[in-house]
Design a binder for this molecule. Sequence first.
Ligand code: ATP
Length: 252
Amino acid sequence: MARSGPEALGGVSGAVQGASAPGPRPKKARPKRLGLFGGTFNPIHYGHLRSGEEVAEGLGLDALWFIPAAVPPHKAPADLTPFPVRLAMAKLAVGRHPRLKVSDIEGRRPGKSYSVETLRQVRRDFGPAAELFFILGLDAILEIQTWKDFRELFTLCHFVVLDRPGFDREQVGEVLHREVHPGFQEMPGGQGFQHPSGTRVYCWETTLLDISATRIRTLVREGRSVRFLLPEGVRRFILKQRLYIPRSATGG
Ligand code: ATP
């Protein structure tokens, strides 16, 4: 029997409510247009959340999943808050939002959390008809050539690139042509680029919020306010759990 999407993903916060019906889940219950927003989320903040909201609305997504990386391949482990804690903050942030969800899929695989493995798994679980949109910031796409099996990624899903202050959107086409495939075609109206396989890379204009998790961690460490940079529940959680404070300062 085919596994249903959310179950196969090992739990998407709030995705399935109430008692399960007997027998296979009806096909229409599956999201058909699904956004996958990967990241370290250490912690999740309004830069992620507002972009997710605007993309989900703009693309008419059935669901958008924030997918915290259990073992981010590009981040120093020393700086890393444990996966369950980052997952908990993401869940606190989305709450009962009807479309924004949190998936622990990358916590269920051993080793480094490569996006290509997540995309393969989601593609397998949801089948070839599902429209998958992988969401990432401009800073991330500009170094896509450092990702595992990055060329394959562009055959598995569409991409949505979010503007980020300080990064040049004009470089996206150049990087795609040079690093990924010379056959990328520019779409009309500066919408983005189309890969020869038919997948698209959308350059998406969202509200520019110059917020980073690094800055939030620094502010907390310095004992300064992070209010209004991230949801209040997450801010309180950080303070209560004494996250981002050096051990020597906590007496631990
Ligand atoms: P850090 O400062 O620790 O590197 P970050 O704030 O960049 O973290 P990540 O968890 O690394 O957050 O980001 C996940 C994804 O979200 C990345 O693709 C990143 O480019 C994107 N992103 C992060 N912050 C923003 C923002 N303010 N606006 C748009 N996209 C963002």
